[in-house]
Design a protein around this ligand. Structure first.
Ligand SMILES: [Zn+2]
Length: 240
């Protein structure tokens, strides 16, 4: 029976290892997604700035068209002025022209504001693009590494699952059945490796009588506190 317990403990270790690999496999895609999102959010900033630049350019064109319309109006007034007969009419057109010319100055000021804004946006785009170029390479490198790591762990999982199958075939069927039942109840932790005289899982001190039984008899002994199968390494190698 002692040999059976050795294999059972090896099976427990294998299950522990598989659990760890599975959790790594679950975690890596989340980390990849996180990294991709982070990388893409940097390029989104560039896209937003480019859109703003486009809007700026459209706004400027609109203002330029406004000026053209005003100038057209002024020309019309000038044409009409040539035909006036009274000084009052002349003054009227002159005032209109002055008013429109002031309007042009106002629109031109707005255009200058837009030009300054455009320079600022272009500066921001250049800055973000150069920043993005550098970090995107870094991100892609890291993402690539994580993908390789994922592949490695998937292969490892397949390999260890095969090895677990082999191990299970070596365990006494009755013991294996008990292990499988407890595996569900004890959320994957069935065999407790006794450290000196403490249960390796729940840490309760094991009675000396149980301890000596563990060494002397072939019975499967259960931790009186947590109900796990107790296992003590009886090996020539020194304990930790
Ligand atoms: Zn215990």
């Amino acid at each position: 029976m002692k040999e059976g317990l050795d294999i059972l403990f090896a099976l427990q270790q294998k299950d522990d290892q598989l659990k760890e690999i599975e959790s790594i496999i679950k975690e890596i895609p989340l980390k990849i997604k996180e990294m991709e999102d982070e990388r893409d959010s940097r390029s989104e900033m560039i896209e937003k700035a480019k859109k703003k630049l486009q809007e700026n350019s459209e706004a400027r064109k609109k203002l330029e068209r406004e000026i053209a319309v005003i100038k057209e109006r002024i020309n019309k007034y000038k044409e009409q002025m040539k035909k006036v007969t009274t000084n009052k009419e002349f003054q009227g057109f002159n005032n209109e022209i002055k008013f429109e010319e002031t309007n042009i100055v106002g629109v031109e000021e707005k255009i200058i504001e837009k030009m300054i804004e455009s320079d600022e946006i272009m500066g921001l785009i250049r800055e973000k693009e150069s920043e993005y170029g550098k970090i995107a390479d870094e991100y892609n490198q890291k993402i690539g590494d994580m993908r390789s790591n994922l592949e490695y762990h998937r292969a490892k999982l397949a390999e260890e699952t095969r090895s677990k199958k082999e191990l299970r075939a070596r365990v006494d069927p009755k013991l294996l059945k008990a292990y499988d039942n407890l595996f569900v109840k004890k959320v994957g932790k069935v065999v407790s490796c006794v450290q000196s005289d403490f249960c390796g899982v729940c840490n309760i001190k094991i009675r000396p009588q149980v301890l000596s039984e563990m060494i002397l008899s072939d019975d499967v002994l259960i931790c009186e506190n947590c109900g796990r199968i107790l296992y003590k390494k009886i090996a020539d190698e020194p304990e930790e």
